[in-house]
Design a protein around this ligand. Structure first.
Ligand code: FRU
Length: 490
């Protein structure tokens, strides 16, 4: 018996050593790519981004012991999608970050090839535990990982894995089953997962499960809590279902811009009842996650897709963390975290300007590729008005942030969404090198997008097309870079 125990311990330590080798290699690869990524003058400086290489979805977002923890889908071996690990960083203020060691990596010795997206929930030990989708040469499974320290730096995959397999659905066939998200209500713990019911004649759907043991290793299937009925949405990724301001909110990633529903949740019947419905961000963001901080703010996290050339050593960012609330009309509102004001330089105020079917340069007062602006426009006869940013001195076009008072459309570049039909609009915008983020009115619409202007494309113009409009007031700030410490990325 003693011999067997010694042998088992030896196997265990070999496993641990090979696991350790996997993360050491991954971090070495990231560190090797840092100089290349840092050399790109168009890389964002205050939007969250990994040390180097690829990122997609925000994962396991949680506020714990005074820190905002952000985990994210990460390929340490290149600036394109692949080899999914969970990168990790933490911040006290949502603006300045400390990169931490890669938190989760595929356990090849357990047949795991990718650690896909997932979410955190308080575990029985009071620490955040995470569920994620384990991908291997088999059907997807939902796995549990548990931290061993309060800094959430050291993780152990739970010995009871897989926690949920496709078998849990009995006769119901769920395809593309992934992206667990968790919430607690009435003393019970619930999980939702994305996927679709196409094999059973259905569509993109969100599945609901209820924990059947306090240690979160036993679960029962409650059925589809939501099925997309309005249109043909073939699959749903990264569902988030949570309570906000007395209502329930469902966020979904349906392989096109994220959508939201505000409504109620009938937990006895296991059904979400939508009341209002909108697009979360009409631009190039995807795969939402949320967290609640110590003051009760609901923070929205989104992958900012940058489509960067992988040769540049990086690809991807996060949108600015946004505070979510529900407006008096029952639709969502989102505003960038106020903490970003700490990056502002001195304010420049632009006096009112009348615009008659023309572009007027503001570049003698404001110019740059790291700017924040807050502008109010009033439309008269104009069919479109707004700001052209990242304009080149050589007349290169730049990117238009435009509002159409006739159609109630907000656009940034090619992305567009609807806003209230009104004669006035407030436009808030954030330029961060290649990234552009725009908010309309009190956060009723948001767009994250990118632009390919070179480093000398820094001009700003106000415009009105198809008639007259007025720039009523405008404030602008140069923004400083946020800090991204690498001291603990080792
Ligand atoms: C969304 C997504 C998730 C999946 C992850 C893999 O962008 O496709 O459904 O878990 O990315 O990286």
């Amino acid at each position: 018996v003693a011999k067997m125990c010694a042998a088992a311990a030896a196997v265990g330590s070999v496993e641990a050593a090979s696991e350790n080798a996997a993360v050491v290699a991954a971090m070495k690869s990231d560190l090797a790519a840092v100089p290349k990524a840092a050399a790109d003058p168009n890389r964002p400086v205050y939007h969250f981004h990994p040390p180097a290489n690829w990122n997609n979805d925000p994962n396991g977002t949680v506020w714990y012991k005074g820190w905002h923890h952000l985990f994210y889908q990460h390929n340490p071996y290149g600036a394109a999608w692949g080899n999914m690990h969970w990168g990790h960083a933490r911040s006290r203020d949502l603006v300045n970050w400390e990169h931490l060691p890669i938190a989760l990596w595929p356990s090849k010795e357990k047949g795991e090839d990718h650690v896909f997206s997932g979410a955190a929930i308080e575990g029985p030990d009071g620490r955040p535990w995470v569920f994620y989708t384990s991908i291997g040469n088999r059907s997807p499974e939902q796995w549990l990982a548990v931290p061993e320290d309060d800094d959430l730096m050291v993780w152990k995959k739970h010995p009871a894995n897989p926690i949920l397999t496709l078998k849990i659905h009995g006769g119901t066939q769920v395809n593309e089953w992934r992206d667990p998200f968790l919430f607690r209500e009435g003393g019970k713990t619930y999980m939702v997962c994305g996927g679709n019911l196409r094999q059973s004649g259905g569509r993109g759907a969100v599945q609901l499960y209820e924990a059947a043991s306090p240690d979160l290793t036993a679960w029962k299937y409650r059925g589809p809590v939501f099925e997309y009925r309005d249109r043909e949405v073939y699959n749903i990724e990264c569902p988030n279902l949570f309570r906000l301001g007395g209502k329930w909110v469902l966020l979904i990633s349906p392989h096109k811009p994220c959508e939201y529903f505000v409504g109620d949740l009938d937990l006895a019947g296991g059904k979400f009842i939508p009341e209002t419905h909108g697009v979360l961000d009409a631009g190039h963001s995807y795969a939402s996650n949320i967290s609640f901080d110590g003051t009760g703010r609901c923070i929205l996290w989104l992958w900012g897709q940058t489509d960067t050339n992988p040769d540049l050593g990086w690809n991807g960012a996060m949108t600015m963390p946004r505070i979510l609330s529900i407006g008096g009309d029952g639709y969502l509102r989102q505003t960038p975290a106020a903490e970003f004001q700490t990056l502002r330089g001195e304010a420049t105020s632009i006096p009112a300007i009348a615009l008659h079917n023309q572009f007027i340069s503001l570049s003698d007062r404001i110019a740059g590729d790291c700017l924040e602006f807050d502008a109010e426009f009033a439309a008269d006869s104009a069919s479109s008005l707004g700001l052209r940013v990242r304009r080149g001195a050589d007349g290169k076009a730049g990117l238009d942030i435009a509002f159409s008072p006739t159609s109630g459309t907000l656009s940034a570049g090619t992305a567009h969404t609807s806003v209230s039909l009104d004669k006035t609009i407030r436009l808030r915008g954030f330029l961060d090198k290649r990234l552009v983020e725009v908010y309309a009115n009190d956060g009723e619409a948001a767009i994250f997008t990118t632009t390919d202007g070179g480093t000398d494309n820094i001009g700003v113009e106000a415009f009105a097309a198809g008639g007259s409009a007025r720039l009523v007031s405008m404030k602008c700030w140069a923004l400083k870079p946020a800090s991204f410490s690498m001291d603990r990325f080792r």
